[in-house]
Design a protein around this ligand. Structure first.
Ligand SMILES: Cc1cc2nc3c(=O)[nH]c(=O)nc-3n(C[C@H](O)[C@H](O)[C@H](O)COP(=O)(O)O)c2cc1C
Length: 384
């Protein structure tokens, strides 16, 4: 029996073996932007676990564009080799390695989430961490007590667009096959998009066209730096979920504007302009709560979309595809809970003999699992 979730998807010259995706999951565990063993295991286990497309966490294009001291980066060539080691392992498992590139803007120079998600404080200073100057669309902090960013001028914006392009070239040197521009969750490019955080009255603010200008400049720069035969994704916060904020009509216009620039997939998230995206209470939560955004953009703009957000079950994921709501389904926290989610989901959606069910597993595990399944079938239900 075949499923949509485990059918391949071709984007430009890239074929992704299945549509189960691990979205970017920031680990805040790098030093000076360098990938290490944690990142190898973090992404490696998802590749072992059968996901077709495995995204890196957000990778900062500039040192000052980091959210925290622990963010990954590709702002210099020394950062290529350690990340390439992770990419090589992901690819060797048959998964497609993808990267998200971003800049934190006014959400930079912060504590790691588990340290408080606030501005750096005495505990971080005691470890030798220091604050750095941050930038945004306007000189408006994210909240009380946070650093005030400097408003970017045209030269500053051009420098950041160039940094996105340079990081994309380094990402390709690492071996990544797809790149995503992070325009969501209240980070720099979202800060330009949302009327709540962009009150500029020059060409890069004001109406929707003005607010989209810099993010579209960045998308253009990344597209030009990225191989023609490899796809570009853009992650958006489809809605701010706040009065007077970015809304679905804006997202439809943004998706329509990025499509002719050569964007292949819109990855539809939400929230974050006023604080942490995953901690935000603004957009009501429910299973698959962001799927309607992916569905509407796919339908209205005729562009491929990725759905994400509280998608946890194999049949739920399959339904997103069979309903025509998205082309790819991302599984974030559920994959952290069960890195073998994709292998397990395949067994649920494509049942068969134990030999068939375990054939897609890496032989180091599958060979044993198949034998055990035969024993367990004879034994009956295991003890609780
Ligand atoms: C630990 C963690 C780190 C995250 N880091 C990023 C990130 O780097 N970039 C991003 O766009 N979203 C990030 N997100 C959001 C996820 O990509 C995803 O959209 C979100 O977790 C909702 O999907 P889920 O319900 O399947 O987890 C992060 C989420 C978590 C839980």
């Amino acid at each position: 029996m075949s499923s949509l979730l485990f059918s391949p998807l071709t984007l430009r010259g890239l074929t992704i073996p299945n549509r189960a995706v691990v979205p970017p999951l920031c680990q805040y565990s790098a030093g000076e932007g360098m990938a290490n063993d944690w990142h190898l295991v973090q992404l490696g286990r998802f590749a072992v676990g059968g996901f077709g497309l495995v995204f890196s966490e957000v990778v900062s294009v500039l040192r000052d564009g980091r959210i925290t001291h622990g963010d990954l980066g590709l702002w210099n060539d020394d950062q290529i080799a350690p990340l390439k080691r992770v990419v090589d392992f992901v690819r060797a498992q048959g998964a497609v390695p993808a990267i998200q590139l971003g800049h934190a803007g006014r959400k930079g120079s912060m504590q790691r989430p588990w340290e408080g998600n606030g501005p750096l404080g005495p505990d971080q200073f005691a470890k030798g961490e220091v604050t750095w100057d941050i930038v945004s669309a306007v000189a408006q902090p994210i909240g009380e007590g946070f650093l005030t960013p400097a408003a970017l001028d045209a030269a500053g914006m051009a420098r950041i667009a160039d940094a996105f392009a340079a990081a994309a070239r380094r990402a390709r040197a690492c071996g990544f096959e797809a790149v995503e521009v992070h325009c969501a969750h209240g980070y720099l490019l979202h800060q330009f998009l949302s009327p709540l955080s962009n009150t500029r009255n020059d060409a890069y603010g004001g109406d929707l066209a003005g607010r989209m200008r810099f993010p579209l400049d960045v998308i253009r720069a990344v597209r030009a730096a990225w191989p023609e035969d490899r796809p570009v994704f853009v992650r958006i916060s489809a809605v701010d979920g706040l009065d007077g904020g970015w809304d679905m009509a804006d997202s439809l216009a943004f998706a329509a504007a990025m499509k002719p620039l050569g964007v292949d997939v819109v990855d539809c998230s939400s929230g974050g302009i006023g604080g942490s995206a995953t901690g935000s209470k603004r957009v009501p939560r429910g299973y698959g709560f962001q799927v309607p955004y992916a569905a509407e953009i796919r339908r209205e703009v005729a562009i491929a979309t990725m759905a994400v957000g509280l998608i946890t079950g194999p049949h739920q994921a399959e339904a997103v595809l069979s309903n025509g709501e998205a082309d790819l389904v991302a599984i974030g926290r559920e994959a952290m809970a069960n890195p073998n989610w994709a292998l397990m989901a395949r067994g649920v959606l494509e049942p068969g003999t134990t030999e068939e069910v375990f054939a897609p597993w890496p032989p180091q595990h599958g060979w044993w699992m198949e034998k055990r399944a035969a024993v367990m079938a004879a034994l009956g239900d295991p003890p609780a």
